[in-house]
Design a protein. Structure first.
Length: 333
């Protein structure tokens, strides 16, 4: 077994945990071949795996994030212009909060600080869609090729979306209180490495408590799909290469509210049942970027026209990415 395969299967994929839980359930007399037993196995394995990986990843990401408080992030973004600024904003989004609703206050702060609107939207698109944690977890579930392609194309959508919004000159579509002057800069206390570790641990506990309900629901839905929904039904609805499956998956994600960690179990189960790769990744992007609660919160900061353009830009980007993944699925899996 190569080092890469070992890391993907045993470290990130935690195949040893699947076997361990399977043995434990069998020892208790659970028939893993039955629907109920298979669902229980899937549920326990995915919940434990995701929460363990999530805790470790949040610790790492939060430690990195401690070097990028909002004031410092504004200063960094202020040094760049044009496409470079959009790219840096999208990259900065990878080390910030894990869901769209928690990204919106930072978006407002960046806008009030006078950063170009397109730059702030590149950040807003990237932050929930792509992060360092999702890269590691996606690698464990789908493999490094899919994870890398997802992150790269997610960043492309964020940069392209922000650039387009900037070109449309929609500054007047931001609510007046957001465009108002911001208060003076708050001095940042110099943190020691112990302070950063303590901050990372607090973030891991806080985020874990927030994310856990969505992980439980997501894994529960995944277990139902994995063991109770006929494969031919999934293939018929979501197994085609056309645009319809990608569009349905994107639309299905909008009413939901979860971060990427809660959507991965559902995507994993759909893929195992025969759904196309582009369909399941479009679903994930739709949930994380276009969830209804986050759009309601964003509406408080921007006017309807800008909100509609944001939704349209993200939707088109997700559809293109989904169709592209469908085409190259054979090369990635």
């Amino acid at each position: 077994m190569s080092v890469g395969t070992f890391l993907q299967d045993q470290v990130l994929g935690m195949a040893w945990l699947r076997e361990l839980i399977g043995r434990g359930l069998s020892g208790l007399g659970v028939d893993l071949e039955s629907r109920l037993g298979g669902s229980l196995h899937f549920f326990l394995y995915d919940v434990v795996k995701i929460m363990v990986l999530l805790t470790v990843l949040i610790l790492i990401v939060s430690y990195i994030q401690s070097y990028f408080p909002p004031e410092r992030s504004k200063r960094i973004l202020g040094r760049f212009h044009g496409l470079g600024a959009n790219t840096v904003a999208a990259l900065l989004g990878t080390v910030t909060p894990f869901c769209s609703c928690s990204s919106i206050p930072l978006f407002i702060g960046f806008t009030r600080a006078g950063l170009p609107l397109g730059v702030t939207f590149s950040f807003l698109i990237s932050s929930p869609m792509v992060d360092l944690g999702s890269l590691m977890l996606l690698t464990g579930v789908f493999g490094w090729r899919v994870a890398a392609a997802y992150v790269v194309l997610g960043l492309v959508v964020a940069v392209a979306g922000g650039t387009l919004i900037q070109a449309l000159r929609l500054e007047d579509q931001v609510e007046s209180y957001v465009r108002g002057p911001e208060g003076g800069e708050v001095p940042q206390e110099k943190l020691t490495w112990r302070d950063r570790l303590f901050y990372a641990w607090e973030q891991a506990l806080s985020t874990g408590k927030k994310v856990a309900p969505y992980v439980l629901v997501g894994v529960g839905i995944g277990a139902i799909i994995h063991n109770w929904i006929p494969e031919e039904l999934v293939v018929k609805a979501l197994g085609g290469d056309g645009l319809l499956g990608v569009l349905l998956a994107t639309a299905a994600g909008i009413p939901m509210y979860a971060d990427i960690f809660g959507t991965i179990p559902i995507a994993e189960a759909l893929l195992a049942k025969g759904a196309r790769l582009g369909v399941v990744l479009a679903f994930m992007m739709g949930v994380t970027t276009l969830s209804l609660p986050s759009l309601i919160l964003l509406r408080k900061a921007v006017k309807p026209r800008l909100l509609a353009i944001f939704v349209g830009v993200c939707t088109v980007g997700i559809l293109i990415v989904g169709c592209l993944f469908n085409v190259v699925q054979g090369m990635l899996l």
